[in-house]
Every structure is written in C-alpha cells, then in structure tokens.
Design a protein. Sequence first.
Length: 362
Amino acid sequence: MRATIALLPGDGIGPEVTAAAEQVLRAVAGRFGHAFTMTSHPVGGAALRAGGPPLPDETREACLAADAVLLGAVGDPAFDRGSSEGRPETALLQLRRALGVFANLRPARVWPGLEDGGAFKPDRVAGADLLIVRELTGGIYYGEPRGVADDGRSAFNTMRYSRPEIERIAEVAFESAAARRSRVTSVDKANVLETSRLWREVVTEVGARHPDVTLEHQYVDACALLLATSPKQFDVVLSGNLFGDILSDEAGAVVGSLGLLPSASIGGRGGLYEPVHGSAPALAGRDVANPIGAIASAAMLLRHALGAHAEADAVERAIGSALAAGLRTADLVTDGQATAVSGSAMTREIAARVGDGAPPGA
Ligand code: IPM
Ligand code: MN
C-alpha cells in the first residue's frame, strides 16, 4: 500500500510525540511492506513563530491532499492572549472544519496493570472501556454570533445545533455502539438549554432506528460524577463539542493518564488523528512525555483512514505488550513502583514490538 500522511507536529510536546508516532508508522511500513510518504507542516504556535497565521495555506492544502493527517498538539503560552485569529488553537478549529471531520472518536480503556495508576479507586475503574463520540465541528466552538462587546466589558458565544448536525453524529454513535456493547449514553443539559432539548429529541429519533442499541440520557453534570464513580457502566458516550471536550479529559484521569488517550476525527475524507492531551509546555523537550496517545492515534489512522486493520491491531498489541512488560513513562509511575522510562525509550520498545510481531504479553 502507498499512502501520504501529513504530519503536523505543532507545539510543546507535539513534535516529540509526533516523531514517536512517525517512528512506529515506519516500523509498520517495514513489517507489512507499505510505502508511507510522511511530510511535516507548521501549525499553531510553530506557524505563528514563523511569522504566518496559525494555519498557513500551505499546511491546509497539504492536509486536504493527504490520505490522512496526524497532529501532535497546538497551544503555546507565548500566544495566550488577544483575539482568536492569533491563537494556536484556532488552527485546529479551522482544520477540523476544512477537513469536515465532524465526528471525534475518543476511546478510553483501562489497560491491564494500570488500574491503580489513576485518580480513582482501582476496583471501580478496572475493566472500564468506553468510547466518547464527540461532535467536533459545531456547537459553541463555532456558533455565531461570537465576540467581545462594550470595549471588553462583556463577551459572548453562541451554542447552536441543527437537526442534521445532531443526526449525523448520533448515527456515528449508534453504529459504533452496535460494534461494541450496544449501549449509548447521550449527554446534554436538557434541563437548562434549548440546544440540549433539541439534541435529546433528535438522538431519541435516531435511537428508534437502532432498536438493538440501548439508549439512555444523562445530564452532563451527572455524567461527570458517574464517570468518576462507576465508569464501567459506559459503552459509547455521545456528546456535543464542549461537553465531550471536558468529559474526555476526565476519562484520562479514569484510565490513569491523559497521555494514553488517542483520537480519530472522521467524517470527511481521510481524517485527522491526534492525541487527546495538549501541548504540555512544561514537559516539552525533556523526553518525559508519554508517546502512547500519539502512537495509538497512529493506530486509529491505520484503521480508519487506510483500512489497515491488521496493522492497527499490531500497533495496539505492541502498546499492550510494552505496558505488560512493566514499562512506564513518568505519568504512569505510581508511588514506589517501577522507575520511569523516557518517552523515546517507550517508543523504541513499542516500535520494536511492531517490527517483531511479538504476541500480546510478550
Ligand atoms: C482537544 C483540545 C482542543 C479542543 C483545543 C486545543 C482547541 O482541548 O482536542 O480536546 O478543545 O477541542
Ligand atoms: Mn480537550
């Protein structure tokens, strides 16, 4: 197989975790006999520092032309002020829209051996395995009007959802659930918000077309509590853009570290793949960042963008095998346990396991 993958390393730990994912993709190409053409392009703070806009035209064109896009992270404290146009995060929002990737899949599961690594009680989180399906190109992130008024004395955003936008993301959630444990929890704030009442109505209609999938509705505040206290009850969690952003960071705490979580943003051609964690400037350049979120995002890219299922499975098995061998980056070390390995050591171990085709647990 031949494929072109646009790499967008971005800011903070973005470049190091993107390089880790690239290394693993090269190991996949070697073992399975594929030819991946991978080219890097500036985005976010990295693009601003080079004097351009956060999403340069050249980067947008390269992403639109590629078979898939792998992004590290955007966010840079040097640009943490001023209007949206000059912020690194704007690049990501523009790119999601340009690519038409309205469905953000964020799987979160507790890997065996990591049960006691998170913020919550091990017996409550052991075995948790959920998929957040987050609407990604609508809601309050994009709603108009938005802006600053009264000379900075007030500011406003608009939460808006249309029926078709809700319908298509709900379809993704029900289809995903049908291939898992057939349960959808739809998250809203229907006791307060009109957008949420429409959300609930449309999700219920879509649910009626999927009689084999059980649908329940939760208010977002209750869902946040249940995710912390009984995460095992969740299979697919369907949410709008803002609520899904918040709940997915909480899911990171449930599984042990936000550094583990991958994501796939699909809906357009190819798609955009990125770890859920951000740029973590304090960790950048020290080789301590966990590369697993980015490497697992590369596995999702193989599966969703290239249809390379055996390859994706091989990467996920390699991650499981490295963890089963006791390897832990700093974020995964709990008191008195193993000493931490560097991000690059973790990457080498995972890439070697992909190359070997080592069985799970080896
Ligand atoms: C995420 C991030 C982004 C978001 C930011 C960087 C714009 O937090 O992908 O979860 O809010 O969507
Ligand atoms: Mn987020």
